[in-house]
Structures are given as structure tokens and as C-alpha cells.
Design a protein around this ligand. Structure first.
Ligand code: FES
Length: 243
């Protein structure tokens, strides 16, 4: 008899230890368990003016139990300070529990295959380096393959995956569980919480979303794909107020 797996884990993802997970609370903050590292990162531009790397900012003390703001109103970001209780917030989750690959399109290249689910775009813009990842994957040569991998692995929202065409396996690496409060000075705003390293995110209804190496959680409160970021922070010019 086959038993249904407890959680869906994206192909190529190395799940974080069970003790590390995030619970979405109903109309309230993210409750984080297991003390993953928590820091601020800046999207730094490269010499061509495109997203080039994440530069480390402030490190926050990580505790076994933490509450992180997802309404955009906290004066103590990235932590919740109870402001969601004083403001009219609508934080209803809208995201699907289906694996991302089921809603992804596929682009074939000579050596690699790219998959893309645009509903999970967090607007970190690593996919556009002058030439876009959808073009890079179709070009022949090691430098294009490496650039495709970089763009996919830097993508904050995890909308992209790259597969080795011959083995049909995803090109992925395990990394430590961490949560990163993104700052995006090039467009003058703060971004989502980038969640890396296979951390499980559990809905307020108790069901878990697919566990993925890269995810971006909304913290401006305005995404239409909550709890995940859909890039709306860029249009509402969300500022977290962290120095
Ligand atoms: S969720 Fe509590 S202050 Fe934002």
C-alpha cells in the first residue's frame, strides 16, 4: 500500500530539518520556528546596471520562535509589532498548493531546460542581465549555461528551475535554511522575505505549500498571491523602515 507523502517537496530541493518551518497566521504575522538565520540583504547592481548580487546588511538575532511582519505596517521590521491589529489588513492567502511545475512553461535549450511559473515572480530581476534567462538557456556554450544557472539560483521567488537536458535532473544545490529581508535600492523600495534552503511554509489552514529551495514571502501585505510575493511591493513602494 502506498501512503500519501506528508509534504510535497519540489524536485531538486533539499528540505530543511523538520524543526525549521514557517506558519502563516490568520490575518497576522509569519510564525517562524527553529531559528533559521535572519538577515537583511541588498540587491546590488552590477556594472551594467542589472541585478548582480545580494550584499549582506544587518543580521538579526534569530530565536527558536519569531514573528515576522507580513502586513507592511510594523515599525519594528522585519518583526511584527502588533500593528496589524490597529490597521485594517486583508491578508487572506490566495496561493495554490499545487507544485509550481504544474503551472510552469518550459523552454528548451541545447544543454538545459528552463521551467518558469510567472505567478511567483518577486521582481528581483536577476533573470534580465541585458540578455534574458529565457534567451540565455537557448544559446550554446558553457558561459551561457553558467549564466542561466546563476540567474535561476538568484531568482528570489523561485519561479525558475533549470534542468540538465541529458539527465533530466534539476541543477540545484543544498543550502542552509535562511530568511532574508530584501532591500532593493535600484527601485527605491524594500522587497519580500526571501526564504532559502527548503523551509516548509504552512498555511493558516494547516496545509503545507510545496517545499522549495527558493521562495519569497510577501511582507508589504499587497500581493495577490499571498503568502507569496508577486512583485507588488515595487508598485506600492513598500519601505520596511530598517536602517
Ligand atoms: S503582521 Fe504584525 S505588524 Fe505586520
Amino acid at each position: 500500500m502506498t501512503t500519501k507523502p506528508k509534504y510535497i517537496i519540489q524536485v531538486g530541493t533539499t528540505a530543511a530539518p523538520d524543526s525549521v518551518f514557517i506558519q502563516v497566521t490568520k490575518d497576522g504575522p509569519y510564525k517562524v520556528s527553529g531559528a533559521p538565520q535572519l538577515l537583511q540583504v541588498f540587491i546590488e547592481q552590477n556594472e551594467t546596471g542589472n541585478s548582480g548580487r545580494y550584499a549582506s546588511g544587518k543580521t538579526f538575532e534569530s530565536k527558536d520562535e519569531m514573528y515576522l511582519c507580513r502586513c507592511g505596517h510594523s515599525h519594528h521590521a522585519p518583526f511584527c509589532d502588533g500593528s496589524h491589529l490597529k490597521n485594517e489588513v486583508h491578508l487572506t492567502e490566495k496561493a495554490s498548493f499545487e507544485p509550481l511545475l504544474e503551472g510552469s512553461m518550459e523552454i528548451d535549450g541545447p544543454k538545459q531546460i528552463l521551467t518558469d511559473n510567472e505567478h511567483y515572480c518577486a521582481f528581483s530581476r536577476f533573470c534580465d542581465n541585458g540578455n534574458q534567462v529565457w534567451n540565455e538557456v537557448q544559446m550554446r556554450g558553457e558561459s551561457h549555461e553558467k549564466l542561466t544557472e546563476f540567474m535561476v539560483h538568484a531568482c528570489a521567488g523561485g519561479r525558475l528551475l533549470v534542468f540538465d537536458r541529458e539527465t533530466q535532473q534539476p541543477i540545484e544545490h543544498a543550502e542552509n535554511a535562511g530568511i532574508y529581508a530584501i532591500e532593493d535600492p535600484a527601485i527605491g523600495c524594500s522587497g519580500p522575505l526571501m526564504v532559502r534552503g527548503g523551509i516548509r511554509v504552512e498555511s493558516a489552514n494547516g496545509e503545507s505549500y510545496e517545499i522549495r529551495n527558493r521562495q519569497a514571502l510577501c511582507r508589504c501585505g499587497e500581493s495577490s498571491n499571498k503568502p507569496f510575493c508577486d512583485g507588488t511591493h515595487a508598485s506600492v513602494k513598500y519601505h520596511d523602515g530598517i536602517e
